[in-house]
Structure formats: structure tokens, C-alpha cells
Design a protein around this ligand. Structure first.
Ligand code: HDE
Length: 678
């Protein structure tokens, strides 16, 4: 964890408490003499009411849970800081986006959407990517997802969408999954979801790591400069390590083997000093170009193809400190898309407008009253003053009799600030319309960008999408829903609809399809950054291993930033042929092949048949998940015994230096898709 202190750290220090080495007290500060036995009338008698220590301890415990978030319940967070690369004063007056000399403390929470707080993490789902920037002008929250579009176009449909995707109310199933009737019934009857569904059926919905996924603000916002000139903007987070995914079979197995896989990965990398980094990008469109596109900029089911509107990289967020306490920080943090600072403003996107109501509303019940902005994690780092008073859990002690505006007794303070003094002025957009409950005609093309996404996929990505539809609809009981979905997605791509139709027992459509031929290479993960840094390799080792070669290989892998875990059939120290020793990190029992990016099998002269069999299982599974495999010494036999020799991404050889180089390249490549049966 970083020792660097941000302003937020300094603020949080006032609340951080280290209990170690202290006497135990009650909440009233009275030292406690006994904490194992309640006060009784006689050793075998009833507990007495006057046992204030027992009553206080139990009462607190009885109240230790708060409602989980209705969506995004399962999440994990970390502190960080944002560094601007270049001033955006051309577009905005926001200080944290114009002053490159300042770093802004941040707090980011990642989450899944559907599952409850205790659900597994590598489910197929969108991921929340919410960042609080503690700026000197107040908190700015970028409450986004790892998918740039959304299922619906109007916030009024959100309760329906969530009721449909959550576990079905009659039996509470399934947990952490959209593969069930009500979700797909919703999709079939709300065709605006087509584009987002393409994303959730793609590899984007099963990220390899929270450190390896993009983030998107989704809605079109406005940047407004000092002169009051506004531009439309979309916000992006680009992970420095690239955008990478799990494969579906692997993701499902990880859910069982390690339901905390994503938070564990985030936590460990921060503890190791491998700080997750994301560059902030913006796409900007001038106000006068609002109508130059074949989609509506206000429609949250549409993205702006990066080839048409390039993403300008403007800064970087580095996550460098884990939370001290999951409840105090991760659970109590309250994000809100309406937390803006001067220089950033809303648009009339009807999804965004509805969100502006929902977040505070839900937080009022989740956090128990109107003072949750005073919780340490939510407090701005700049001072805040107004005439709000009272309410549950009020902490601020406002002095003086005056709690109203306008006043004379306090010189009419706290007083609103002018624009020059930093007051937030809403962008003066001209709005002139009838009150209607309607959807704009310009929001009615639901399929073109879904096809754009499909067209942009590589062969293996297309294959995964077909498999995902086949899996999800394979779990849907209603024949009618299955048929409707096939029909709906034949508007996106005939090839797609035909391919999964036959897997789910629906007659493949003969006509349909789209005339959209455009593609956007930026949408394909095949074009992302590849790096071996922080990839994890399971090293299978037994007593009698070649000490010199193994040490050299491990050093070289580590010098490429690769993390290694030694796996064997027992814990303790393993002895090499030169009497050198290596400590076992895990046994075949405590880890699994699916938890690694690659497997490197070495074995050892003293390994027996059982060891060879267990190694073979690890290797076969890694091979099946298209992962790099390395083998030297006895490990080469395991590879040969399992028919993997000379296959792509399988690196063997006894020259330690050459092996480490080639294997490192394979680790960076991550998957070898030509092994996949197309
Ligand atoms: Fe949210 N969303 N949302 N959402 N959302 C919540 O607020 C809501 C939407 C997102 O880690 C809730 O405090 C409505 C889009 C994230 O604490 C709730 C609509 C995007 C998080 C809520 C949307 C998001 C939430 C539940 C449709 C991506 C987790 C708990 C109009 C741009 C934040 C809470 C965290 C959380 C409402 C749609 C992202 C109920 C009504 C689109 C990352 O207020």
C-alpha cells in the first residue's frame, strides 16, 4: 500500500482507530473486567438485566446489518488518486480537470449488479465502476459501468428491468445470473435492450480482473467552460493492463473455488504495490454537432464509435490503498450521478434524469437518514456549510441560532456564491416542449449498434456470444420466450440467431439480418493491450527439482512482472537436486488450475504417479481454457502424457533463459484461441 498521503487520507486519519494493545471498554468508555461470562444470579442462574456490558454488546450486534443495495450489492473498493495529464480548460472550468499541478484523491467501488451481497464474483453480469473524486470544489461522482450502454432508455423502466433480472420472487432463484425466464421475457418485450444484451453475452461480462476492464460514464454529460460554452462529453476509463476476460467454463468454476476471486485479485495487487491504473478518456462533441449522427446523443443505448469520435486520454487514476474496514468504507459509500462540480453538467438523457432521483432516495433507507454525507468516506475534503440541521446520526455541531436563509443575524451567511466565487450555475439550456409521456422517434433504432458490436467481434468473440446465448436461453423454460429472442436477435445478425437457435431447439430463422456493415475495431478485445505484468502462474514442483534452472526461470518470470505460486502435493519446503529449497505456496487441494493465468510444470525427480496425475489435471484444465502452458524437466512428460506437446501456447524446453522468454510471451498473449473448436 502506498505511504503517500492524500487530503482524504488526512481526513480519514481522524476516524481511523487501532484497538491493538488497548483495554476493552464499553461504548461509554468504562473499562470491562470480563467478556466471556454474562452476569448471572449464581453460576447456574439466569442472566441479569443490569449486565449493561452484555446488553450493549448484544444490542450492537443485533443491529449490525443495513439493507444491501437493491442493485450492485456485491462490491469492493479501494482508495486512489487522479492525476490530470493536460488542462481541459478549453472544455471545462472544473478545477480538477484544468489544474495539472493537483492530484485528486479518489475512492472507487466495483460491483456486480444482479447478485446479493454474498454472491460469487465471476458471474455473467455488467460490472459497476463508480469513482468518487474528492475535489477542492466538492465531490464529483462518476457512477459508471464496464459496459458503455444500458438496457433501457427511460428510468421509469428500471424497477421492471431489475425485477426481471433479480432472482424470481416465487422461489428466489437464480442467484447471480440472468439465465432465467423473467429476464429473457423482459428482453423479448423491451427490444431497446438488444445492444446491451450483446455486451452482456460477450466476454466483457466475465472480466479476468477488475483491473482489466474498461469503465464508462454511459450517459452523455456536458462539460462547460469558463465562458459558459458547453460540449457534450462521454467519460471512459481505459485500464493500462488492457481489457481481458475469463472464459465461461472457467468463470463458473471460479465461482465455486473462490467466490471472492475479483476482490482478492484487487486487494493483493494493491498490497503488492502493483497499483491498478486506469486512464481517463473523454469523447467530445460540439453542441452544434448534436444532430450530425445517425443516433441520438441522449439515448443511453448508444455509444459513440471511437473511430468517429476519438477518445482523448486526459489523466490517470492509480488505486494505491486498500480499505481499512469494508463496512465503514465499501458498504457506507454513497455514490450519486448528480454529484457534480462546476464545469460539468447533465443532459436530458431520460435515464440519467431518473437516476438523479433514485440514488439519494435509496441511500436514505440504506444509510438510515439524511446525514450520510457526514460519514467519513462520503465527506468532501473541502469545507461545507449550509442551513441543514438535525436528523438521525447528525455529527456536525453547528453553533449559533441561525439556520435559515436569508438572515440578518448572521450577516446573511452562509451565503450563495457567485459564479466567479465558484458557485455552481446550471447550464442554461433552452427547453421548450409539451408535457408528454413519450419516446422520441430518434430513440427507436434498437438494432443498428447491436449489429455494429457483432460486426466488430473477432471469430472467437462471436463464438463466445453464440455460446452465451445458447447457455442463457438453454436455461429458459418458456418455448415462447426462446422463440421471441431468436426472432429479436435475427434483426441483429442472422448468423447469430441461426447459430444459437439450433442449440436451443428453436427452428433457425431463414430471413432477417441487418444491412449494417460498419464495424468498430475499438470494441473488440482482440485489439487490446497485452502485457505479462501481474499475471499469475501456478508452478508445479516436487522434491528433487532442478534447482538451478528453476530458480533462474522463476527470477526471469518475476522480472517480467509475472507472479508465481509454487504448487505441490504437500506444504512446507521442497528440496532441489542442488539442495536448494523452495517454499510451497499451495497444494493441489487448496488451489485450482482455474485460479491461474498459466501453468508451468516442472515436477521433480521424486514425484510419484499420483503427483503426475494431479499435475495432468491442472494442465488439462488450463489447456481446455486456452491458457499458456510451460513445461521443463519432468514437467515435459506430463505435457506429453496429456497430448499437449507442440500445441499452440505450449512451451517446452530445457534452456532456462530461452524458456522464460518464450513462456513470458505466451503469458502476455493470455489465450490461444486456435485451440477452441469453432
Ligand atoms: Fe444505478 N443504482 N441505476 N446505474 N448504479 C444504484 O444506488 C439506478 C444505472 C450504478 O458502488 C443504486 O446507492 C436507476 C446506469 C453503479 O455504491 C440505485 C437507474 C449505470 C451503482 C440505482 C440506474 C448505473 C449503482 C443502488 C436507471 C451506469 C453502484 C444502490 C435510471 C452508468 C454504486 C445505490 C456503488 C447503484 C439506481 C442505471 C451504475 C438504486 C434508477 C445506467 C455503479 O439508486
Amino acid at each position: 500500500m502506498s505511504d503517500k498521503r492524500t487530503k482524504k487520507d488526512e481526513q480519514l486519519d481522524q476516524y481511523r482507530v487501532d484497538d491493538s494493545g488497548k483495554h476493552m471498554t464499553t461504548n461509554q468508555g468504562v473499562k470491562v473486567s470480563e467478556d466471556e461470562f454474562s452476569l448471572k444470579a449464581g453460576e447456574r442462574g439466569p442472566t441479569l438485566m443490569e449486565d449493561f456490558h452484555f446488553r450493549e454488546k448484544m444490542t450492537h450486534f443485533d443491529h449490525e446489518r443495513i439493507p444491501e443495495r437493491i442493485v450492485h450489492a456485491r462490491g469492493f473498493s479501494a482508495h486512489g488518486e487522479f492525476q490530470l495529464y493536460k488542462s481541459l480548460e478549453k472544455y471545462t472550468s472544473a478545477e480538477f480537470l484544468t489544474d495539472t499541478s493537483k492530484t485528486t484523491p479518489t475512492f472507487t467501488r466495483f460491483s456486480t449488479v444482479q447478485g446479493s451481497k454474498g454472491s460469487a464474483e465471476t458471474v455473467r453480469d455488467a460490472r459497476g465502476f463508480a469513482t468518487k473524486f474528492y475535489t477542492q470544489e466538492g465531490n464529483f461522482d462518476l457512477v459508471g459501468n464496464n459496459i458503455p450502454v444500458f438496457f433501457i432508455q427511460d428510468a421509469i423502466k428500471f424497477p421492471d428491468l431489475i425485477h426481471a433480472v433479480k432472482p424470481e420472487p416465487h422461489n428466489g432463484m437464480p442467484q447471480g445470473a440472468s439465465a432465467h425466464d423473467t429476464f429473457w421475457d423482459f428482453v423479448a418485450h423491451n427490444q431497446e435492450s438488444a445492444h446491451m444484451v450483446m455486451w452482456t453475452m460477450s466476454d466483457r461480462a466475465i472480466p479476468r480482473s477488475l483491473r482489466m476492464m474498461e469503465g464508462f460514464g454511459v450517459h452523455t454529460f456536458r462539460l462547460v467552460n469558463k465562458e459558459g460554452v458547453a460540449h457534450f462529453v462521454k467519460f471512459h476509463w481505459k485500464p493500462v493492463l488492457g481489457t481481458h476476460s475469463l472464459v465461461w467454463d472457467e468463470a463458473q468454476k471460479i465461482n465455486g473455488k473462490d467466490p471472492d476471486f475479483h476482490r482478492g485479485d484487487l486487494w493483493t495487487s494493491i498490497e503488492n504495490g502493483d497499483y491498478p491504473e486506469y486512464e481517463l478518456g473523454i469523447q467530445v462533441i460540439a453542441e452544434e454537432d448534436e444532430y450530425k449522427f445517425d443516433f441520438d446523443l441522449l439515448d443511453p443505448t448508444k455509444l459513440w464509435p471511437e473511430e468517429d469520435v476519438p477518445v482523448e486520454i486526459v489523466g490517470k487514476m492509480t488505486m494505491n490503498r486498500n480499505v481499512d474496514n469494508v463496512f465503514a468504507e465499501n458498504e457506507q459509500v454513497a455514490f450519486h450521478p448528480g454529484h457534480l462540480v462546476p464545469g460539468i453538467d447533465f443532459t436530458n438523457d431520460p435515464l440519467l434524469q431518473g437516476r438523479l432521483h433514485s440514488y439519494t432516495d435509496t441511500q436514505l433507507i440504506r444509510l438510515g437518514g439524511p446525514n450520510f454525507h457526514e460519514l467519513p468516506i462520503n465527506r468532501p475534503v473541502c469545507p461545507f456549510f449550509n442551513n441543514q440541521r438535525d436528523g438521525y446520526g447528525r455529527q456536525t455541531i453547528n453553533k449559533g441560532p441561525v439556520a435559515y436563509h436569508k438572515n440578518g443575524l448572521a450577516g446573511n451567511t452562509p451565503a450563495p456564491a457567485s459564479k466567479e466565487e465558484g458557485g455552481f450555475e446550471h447550464y442554461q439550456e433552452k427547453v421548450d416542449g409539451h408535457k408528454v409521456r413519450a419516446r422520441s422517434e430518434s430513440f427507436k433504432d434498437h438494432f443498428s449498434q447491436a449489429t455494429l458490436f457483432w460486426n466488430s467481434m473477432s471469430d472467437h468473440e462471436k463464438n463466445h456470444i453464440i455460446n452465451a446465448f445458447s447457455f442463457e436461453l438453454g436455461k429458459v423454460q418458456s418455448e415462447d420466450v426462446r422463440e421471441k429472442i431468436v426472432e429479436m436477435f435475427s434483426n441483429v445478425s442472422l448468423e447469430l440467431a441461426q447459430s444459437f437457435a439450433k442449440n436451443i431447439g428453436v427452428t433457425p430463422p431463414e430471413s432477417g439480418g441487418s444491412n449494417v456493415t460498419k464495424s468498430s475495431p475499438a470494441l473488440s478485445q482482440a485489439n487490446t493491450v497485452h502485457s505479462p505484468a501481474t499475471r499469475t502462474v501456478g508452478v508445479i514442483l516436487a522434491d528433487g527439482f532442478n534447482g538451478q534452472d528453476v530458480r533462474q526461470t522463476l527470477e526471469q518470470l518475476e522480472s517480467q512482472g509475472i507472479m508465481t505460486d509454487i504448487i505441490s502435493n504437500r506444504q512446507g519446503m521442497l528440496k532441489g537436486d542442488d539442495n536448494s529449497e523452495l517454499k510451497v505456496d499451495h497444494t493441489f487441494l487448496t488451489v485450482d488450475s482455474v485460479l491461474y493465468d498459466a501453468i508451468y510444470a516442472v515436477g521433480g525427480a521424486e514425484a510419484d504417479q499420483t503427483f503426475a496425475k494431479q499435475s495432468g489435471n491442472f494442465l488439462s484444465e488450463a489447456f481446455m481454457h486456452f491458457k499458456p502452458i510451460g513445461a521443463t524437466h519432468e514437467g515435459v512428460d506430463y505435457v506429453q502424457q496429456n497430448d499437449m506437446d507442440k500445441q499452440s501456447g505450449v512451451i517446452t524446453g530445457d534452456n532456462a533463459e530461452q524458456f522464460a522468454k518464450q513462456f513470458g510471451e505466451a503469458v502476455a498473449a493470455h489465450r490461444f484461441w486456435d485451440r477452441e473448436v469453432m
